[in-house]
Design a binder for this molecule. Structure first.
Ligand code: HEC
Ligand code: HEC
Ligand code: HEC
Ligand code: HEC
Length: 440
């Protein structure tokens, strides 16, 4: 008995010690911070924060690769970021844009960090330039649009608005600070999608990896006296629907022209970088579910970290990563790019000759005293239409690669319209003596 009670005492003691230990552990863990998933943000980023360096504290890989877009200066056969003069490379552009700023200054585009320097340096900007020209150039914009509204932003003269802008393109142009999700930041894009009955907040993540680029890489125009930024998407986003939109806005007088052609006298439309519209017009890659970011922002490894490179550039400069994620034979697909681009460039060259022949024939016809004014107007409208189609491919930055079949279809249509314009001018003159062929 005596022996047993000693054992009981010892056991009871052990149990008490264990219980106390357990309670201590429970109290200790109960007082700890709640567990977190992943890495805690180092700093809280303010909503619409324009300074990418602030975001960069939390996301150093994305920030440091974004900075690289400021310095890479490499040329490819038809792209890259060497800001060569397109006018020197192809002097026919001076004739095609006669009477407009693009005939004075038109350079190859560069990486995102150069956007502010380049828009301030271009000779196309002058005293009359509206603030609208800053729309795609700065991470200050989302904050300014929020404060003053887009109408006031667009109406303000370029120079005055410039005093509020000191950042190039940055995180705030594509991400929402609190959630880091991709967002539509440009009110003109939100409005253009809404006009088509689309609500971008319902788009999938993969769709947003393309739509986020449509904040800027799209065709647009400045509507009315307030120079209100507008995408001509009411009928849809392919070139035929855009051309139809401009035909309607000409007919009802709501938007007549960007400029009058100095030689043909036609009321012209300048097309601007329609990468989004061209790529999404049933291209092979788009139909296969591939997004802009798949090729231009591929996943990259830096030690253990895997992230989307923000060094957005020609994918030909890092094809192993950009194309290699899906294609095993990268050499084959990059050779295909060259073949496609050469073919589109040659076809486009023939289109340009046809448009210039139309321009000079219309000019000669217009100089005749007895010219038929109605037929001359028809010839000018055909010149306008032809150049809208041509410029959709010329101003698009992939030299046809984003949608090769569509590029050739559009250029064939442009050439046909240019020849019709030329013939209509001969008809207006009533004599084939005005026919200009430029050696063609
Ligand atoms: C399947 C891959 C792929 C997809 C998807 C893609 N691109 Fe491209 N992009 C290319 C290639 C290849 C070029 C040609 C680069 C060259 O000529 O150096 C190019 C060229 C460009 C250029 C001109 C680059 C330069 O170096 O001058 C821009 C701008 C561009 N793409 C934007 C976009 C946008 C915006 C989207 C989505 C709407 C998109 N791309 C979708 C592969 C792609
Ligand atoms: C031109 C638009 C654009 C800009 C500017 C931009 N991003 Fe991104 N970012 C993207 C896209 C597209 C993705 C891919 C998103 C996805 O796959 O869901 C992405 C992904 C990310 C991700 C998710 C992880 C990853 O790497 O895929 C983080 C974090 C991020 N970006 C941070 C930043 C920061 C910080 C900045 C500014 C220094 C910035 N981004 C600027 C478009 C942009
Ligand atoms: C806020 C407007 C804006 C957004 C959003 C934007 N871009 Fe750009 N992008 C520009 C401008 C402006 C330039 C030309 C800058 C210059 O030449 O100084 C440019 C240039 C480029 C170039 C040419 C780079 C080079 O090295 O030649 C590529 C490629 C490109 N963008 C792809 C994309 C893709 C892909 C997306 C979406 C993930 C995107 N951009 C989103 C405005 C934007
Ligand atoms: C996210 C996946 C993905 C990426 C990245 C990608 N491709 Fe593709 N590519 C496809 C798919 C899918 C197809 C069409 C189906 C097939 O190959 O059978 C395709 C088809 C092609 C074709 C044949 C097109 C045709 O009309 O027949 C070429 C050329 C091509 N890709 C080039 C490239 C180049 C160059 C790059 C890099 C700049 C690239 N792709 C990046 C998925 C991708």
């Amino acid at each position: 008995m005596k022996k047993l009670s000693t054992t009981t005492l010892i056991l009871t003691g052990i149990i008490i010690i264990l219980a106390a230990g357990l309670i201590a552990v429970l109290i200790f863990t109960g007082n700890q911070e709640p567990p977190t998933r992943g890495v805690e943000p180092l700093v809280k980023i303010a909503a619409l924060e324009p300074d990418s360096a602030q975001w960069g504290i939390n996301f150093p890989n994305q920030y440091s690769t974004l900075l690289k877009t400021g310095t890479n200066n490499t040329r490819t056969s038809y792209g890259g970021s060497d800001p060569i003069s397109k006018l020197e490379a192809d002097p026919r552009l001076v004739t095609l844009f006669a009477g407009y700023g693009f005939s004075k200054d038109y350079n190859e585009e560069r990486g995102h960090m150069n956007s502010l320097t380049d828009v301030r340096a271009t000779l196309r900007v002058n005293d009359k330039t509206p603030g609208t020209c800053y729309s795609c150039k700065s991470s200050n914009n989302p904050g300014l649009w929020d404060q003053m509204g887009m109408a006031a932003f667009d109406k303000m003269p370029f120079a005055e608005l410039g005093t509020h802008i000191d950042e190039p393109i940055g995180c705030a142009n594509c991400h929402e600070a609190e959630t880091m999700r991709l967002v539509v930041t440009n009110p003109a894009l939100a409005e253009a999608l809404a006009a088509q009955g689309k609500d971008w907040t319902t788009f999938t993540r993969q769709e947003m990896r393309t739509v986020v680029c449509a904040n800027c890489h799209v065709e647009y125009y400045f509507k009315g006296d307030g120079k209100y930024l507008t995408f001509p998407w009411e009928n849809g986003t392919n070139i035929d629907q855009i051309a139809q939109y401009y035909a309607e806005s000409f007919a009802d007088g709501s938007f007549v022209k960007d400029w009058e052609h100095a030689q043909s006298g036609a009321p012209m439309i300048k097309i601007q970088h329609p990468e989004f519209e061209f790529f999404t017009a049933n291209s092979t890659h788009y139909n296969a579910g591939v997004a802009c970011a798949d090729c231009h922002m591929p996943y990259t490894r830096d030690g253990a970290a895997k992230f989307s490179t923000h060094d957005v550039k020609s994918p030909l400069l890092n094809a192993e990563v950009a194309c290699g994620a899906c294609h095993t034979d990268v050499g084959y697909v990059t050779t295909r790019v060259k073949t496609i681009q050469d073919q589109v460039a040659n076809t486009m060259s023939a289109t340009q000759n046809a448009i210039i022949a139309a321009i000079t024939t219309i000019e000669a016809a217009a100089a005749l005293p007895g010219v038929n004014a109605d037929l001359l107007t028809e010839a000018r409208m055909l010149h306008r239409e032809s150049q809208i189609y041509w410029d959709f491919i010329a101003a698009e930055n992939s030299m046809g690669f984003h949608n090769p079949e569509e590029a050739l279809r559009i250029l064939a249509n442009a050439t046909d319209l240019a020849r019709q314009a030329q013939l209509k001018a001969v008809e207006a003159a009533g004599s084939s003596e005005v026919l200009q062929t430029n050696g063609q």
